[in-house]
Write a protein that binds this ligand. Structure first.
Ligand SMILES: [Zn+2]
Length: 160
């Protein structure tokens, strides 16, 4: 996995502290983002924070619909791929195509794969290999980094 990742990155050194490095299609300054998202969401999205387990109202969300990036509004997950992981964080076994990028994070002693919105780079969560079939993946997402749009409601326009 690590080998695969460094191959993708062209052998670039993986840093323990940087957020996802590549330039993202949507780039805003800290003050611009702070006007658009809550302080809690800013901490998670742009400072790699983690919300306390069990605190997101989205844990209980069971309706069909789409989960979008709280920062730029790009659709990230379909509700049909959400499942109850018992972790206290909204969990998904699959993301929407092209929605996410990943990087390796060494904030804990062992490497973890963090993932972020491919459009704005906002950190969403970490992906683990203990999810349900068919993917076996568990996308463990901070609820505050997402917004839920129930089926039948219009998606908000992408932020630009
Ligand atoms: Zn985004």
């Amino acid at each position: 996995m690590l080998k695969h990742l460094s191959a993708l990155l062209g052998g670039a050194a993986l840093s323990s502290t940087t957020m996802a490095a590549p330039p993202f299609p949507l780039k805003k300054t800290e003050s611009e983002w702070r006007k658009l998202v809550s302080p809690q969401a800013y901490t998670v999205l742009f400072e790699h924070g983690t919300e306390r387990a069990g605190t997101s109202p989205l844990n209980q969300e069971k309706r069909p619909g789409i989960y979008i990036c709280a920062a730029c509004h790009q659709p990230l997950f379909d509700a049909s791929h959400k499942y109850e992981s018992g972790t206290g964080w909204p969990s998904f076994w699959q993301h929407l195509p092209q929605a996410l990028g990943t990087s390796t994070d060494y904030k804990l002693i062992y490497p973890r794969t963090e993932y972020h919105c491919a459009r704005c780079g906002g950190h969403q969560g970490h992906v683990f290999n203990d999810g349900p079939m068919p993917t076996g993946k568990r996308y463990c997402n901070n609820g505050v980094a997402l917004a839920f749009v129930p089926k039948g409601e219009a998606l908000p326009p992408l932020r630009t």
